[in-house]
Design a protein around this ligand. Structure first.
Ligand code: NAD
Length: 426
């Protein structure tokens, strides 16, 4: 006889407690390592967003006048609590995102740096004063909180990116609403508990789970004064346009295509180590992942050989097993999309040096690392952000040609150069 197992639904955090959504809509939270449904996540509606904003607005009225030293005290306490619970937070990240536990521990460490920064808020919020800015006129500059502000965050850093946003927003005296990624939402509620334990008054930090409907309401709600977004470029653009049209301050960080540039004098072993860890760490689902290696002159052949040698040793498997170095991708759809770039590469004229699609047959959303050689600018695998364990190699004749390619790419975020020539590096 089949037995039904109750699946938990990840709810909201409003005014200091978990609130179940009544919207009737939800998303599925997968276990990427097994491919099984492990939870559901509420998709909040406009009314629930309105209620959360009202709660945050009331809490803001008090919180903005709490002394800086007291706000800093909350941040110091939160720092201790996160530090003491690194393993728990990392475990929650691994369970829903799939990255390995050491990688998740790294995420927590990076997130913690933002809480530490916010501990210095009494100093950071100092204003300025200019005497005689005009004849007989002195000018004061003071920093004040805006009110209710919201953060909309991506799946790939479910703890760190929220920490980028809420630590400073709260320390500055704002009330904050987090709309986490619906793919790995649970850690947001655990962070909310720690924030409460740190002594933050209820209502100053809230979590609203959801999809486009909740985001759209945050974007047009008159009491939300600023939006911080991190995610893919098309969504970043839409959020920036709508938010600013509605008179809000918006910062929207989008997708990436990071290049590494190798000059003929590069230390190939060192560059290959860096390429393998930056391209395949966290299954390539990092905004700072290296996805293109641009090799100048003769360095390409030894580089490809050294990368292939290292790739063969990468152990792919569930992130919960400490012997694994790379976990699964976030969803089946995303894994299949990433695999399609490898499948199409040869038709576009690239060489599939290593094909990682063998792991597709396993349970879970796994894909082994892939290496595409002889990639050119017009190819889809070069033009799109793949956001998976696929590294493209481009072969060029000169440094100038490499620079032109990198500068013409419409994506950020970063570029690395490998050379023994200090002048070229500078
Ligand atoms: P995403 O754009 O799909 O989702 C980000 C957030 O927006 C989520 O909370 C999601 O629920 C919400 N969202 C999705 N579609 C929406 C829509 N149509 N309208 C309103 N809200 C919507 O991004 P993702 O897949 O979760 O994250 C991966 C992306 O984030 C990659 O492109 C990566 O490069 C980028 N990223 C960038 C940085 C950076 O610093 N630039 C950092 C981390 C991740």
């Amino acid at each position: 006889m089949a037995t039904s197992v109750e699946v938990k639904t990840v709810g909201n955090w409003i005014s200091g407690r978990v609130e179940a959504s009544t919207s009737g809509r939800h998303g599925i939270v997968w276990d990427p390592a097994t491919g099984a449904e492990q939870a559901r996540v509420a998709f909040s509606n406009r009314t629930e967003v309105d209620l959360t904003v009202a709660v945050a607005k009331r809490a803001f009225a008090e919180w903005r006048s709490v002394p800086l030293s007291r706000r800093a005290e909350v941040m110091f306490k939160l720092r201790e609590l996160i530090d003491a619970n690194r393993r728990t937070i990392a475990g929650m990240i691994t369970a829903e995102h799939g990255k390995t536990v050491p990688d998740a521990m790294g995420e927590v460490a990076r997130g913690l740096e933002n809480i530490e920064f916010a501990c210095g808020i009494p100093n950071l919020l100092k204003g300025g004063f200019s005497e005689q800015a005009s004849r007989g006129i002195d000018v004061y500059q003071i920093r004040q909180p805006l009110g209710v502000v919201a953060g909309i965050t991506p799946f790939n850093f479910p703890a760190m990116v929220p920490m980028w946003m809420f630590a400073n927003a709260i320390a500055c005296g704002n009330a904050f609403i987090l709309k986490p990624s619906e793919k790995d939402p649970s850690v947001s509620l655990y962070l909310a508990e720690l924030i409460q334990k740190a002594g933050l008054p209820d209502g100053v930090f809230n979590v609203i789970q959801g999809d486009k409907e909740a985001v759209d309401r945050l974007l047009d709600h008159p009491d939300v004064k600023a939006i911080s977004f991190v995610g893919s470029t098309p969504v970043a653009k839409a959020i920036y346009e709508t938010g600013t049209r509605n008179g809000k301050r918006v910062q929207a960080l989008g997708g990436a295509k990071n290049h590494m540039l190798l000059l003929p004098d590069a230390d190939v072993a060192m560059a290959a180590d860096a390429a393998v860890s930056a391209a395949y760490g966290s299954a390539g689902e990092r905004c700072m992942a290296i996805s293109v290696a641009v090799a100048v002159g003769d360095v390409a052949d030894p580089l490809v050989a050294a990368i292939r040698e290292r790739m063969a040793k990468i152990k792919v498997g569930p992130g919960t097993d400490d012997s694994n170095e790379m976990g699964p991708l976030i969803t089946r759809e995303h894994r299949d999309k990433v695999a399609s770039y490898v499948a199409n590469a040869a038709t576009e004229g690239a060489t599939v040096a290593v094909d990682g699609r063998g792991a597709i047959r396993r349970d879970g959303f796994f894909l082994e690392p892939s290496l595409l050689d002889n990639v050119a600018m017009g190819m889809r695998c070069y033009k799109d952000e793949i956001f998976g364990p696929v590294l493209c190699v481009m072969r060029v004749k000169t440094y100038e040609e490499a620079l032109r390619i990198i500068n013409e790419n419409p994506f950020g975020n970063g570029v690395a150069i490998f050379t023994r020539d200090g002048g070229a590096a500078r």
